[in-house]
Each structure stands twice: as structure tokens, then as C-alpha cells.
Ligand binder design. Structure first.
Ligand code: SF4
Length: 161
């Protein structure tokens, strides 16, 4: 069977981002995988119950792994706590990945849900730092190989084997 890939739906042009827009990534590779019916799109924040548009959110004092350990929380700039929706979204993304047999994921870098190498620092000052988003952390904890919008080309080698 063809390996399936969970993918952040904003990368495919779905208008699901906090600002009501998308993060469409033009890529022949993604088009090929879509034509091969490998892609399973999800927006963790939308399936977690948040609307689009919504206030931008960042993880304060930690990253997605800390959120899952209940040692960090997700806030918007006004100080509203969105942790529950972010965890629910991550769990629903994991369920969808399992239902579809996805061994791989391609997630949007820098997002507090989907970032897998870097996220924002929680101060809303535009500074990035090392760390994973909540969904990336949960998927990796369950053995799914997470690639990002920055390095997903590397996944091609895995699929060619
Ligand atoms: Fe894109 Fe993920 Fe943010 Fe949804 S949660 S808009 S899929 S980066």
C-alpha cells in the first residue's frame, strides 16, 4: 500500500490559519503525492474547535512537549488560555493519522500546533526559538515521522524505498 502522509491543511491552501488565510505551498512533490492519494489534510486548531480567524496563540514557557506534560500552556496575546483546544486538536489529528494509517506527517513550521523544529517564544515579539508545537510533539510521541514545510523534500527518499 502507498504510504499516507498527514499534512497541515493550510499548506494545501485551506483557509484555516489564525488570520483567516492559508499557507499554500506550491510544490510539484506535494502535487504528485496528492495525485497519488497519499495526503490526509488536517488543521489541528480547527478540529480542536477553534474558529478561523482566531487570535494568534503562542506557547508560554515551554514547547508542545511541556504542554502535553501539563507544564506549559497556550495563550493568545490577551492572556486567554487555549491549552485545552490545542490538546484536543492534537489528539484528533493523531486519531485521523491512525485511522488513515499515516506513518508520516508534513507540518507547517513555527506554528504552536504544527511547528516541529521552531516555534515562537511566547512573548508575541516575533522571536522564534527551538521547540515543537503541541500536535508535532504528540504525533512524534506516537511514532509518526514528522517533516516540516521546510524539509519535507527529504521525505521523498523514504517513500522511494
Ligand atoms: Fe496550519 Fe497547523 Fe496552524 Fe492549522 S494549526 S493553520 S494546519 S499551521
Amino acid at each position: 500500500a502507498r504510504a499516507k502522509i498527514l499534512i497541515s491543511s493550510c499548506l494545501l491552501g485551506h483557509k484555516v490559519r489564525y488570520d483567516g488565510g492559508d499557507k499554500y505551498m506550491a510544490s510539484p512533490l506535494l502535487e504528485k503525492w496528492q495525485a497519488e492519494d497519499r495526503l490526509v489534510p488536517v488543521c489541528p486548531e480547527m478540529v480542536g474547535g477553534l474558529p478561523a480567524p482566531r487570535p494568534a496563540a503562542e506557547i508560554r514557557t515551554g514547547d508542545g512537549e511541556d504542554v502535553l506534560r501539563e507544564q506549559a500552556q497556550v495563550f493568545d496575546a490577551q492572556g486567554t488560555d487555549h491549552t485545552e483546544a490545542f490538546i484536543r486538536g492534537a489528539e484528533r489529528a493523531l486519531t485521523l493519522a491512525r485511522e488513515n494509517g499515516c506513518q508520516y506527517a508534513i507540518l507547517t513550521e513555527y506554528s504552536p500546533s504544527c511547528g516541529s523544529a521552531q516555534i515562537y517564544n511566547g512573548q508575541f515579539d516575533g522571536t522564534r526559538r527551538q521547540g515543537k508545537g503541541v500536535t508535532a510533539a504528540l504525533l512524534e510521541q506516537h511514532g509518526i515521522q514528522v517533516y516540516s514545510s521546510e524539509n519535507f523534500q527529504d521525505l521523498q527518499k523514504e517513500l522511494d524505498i
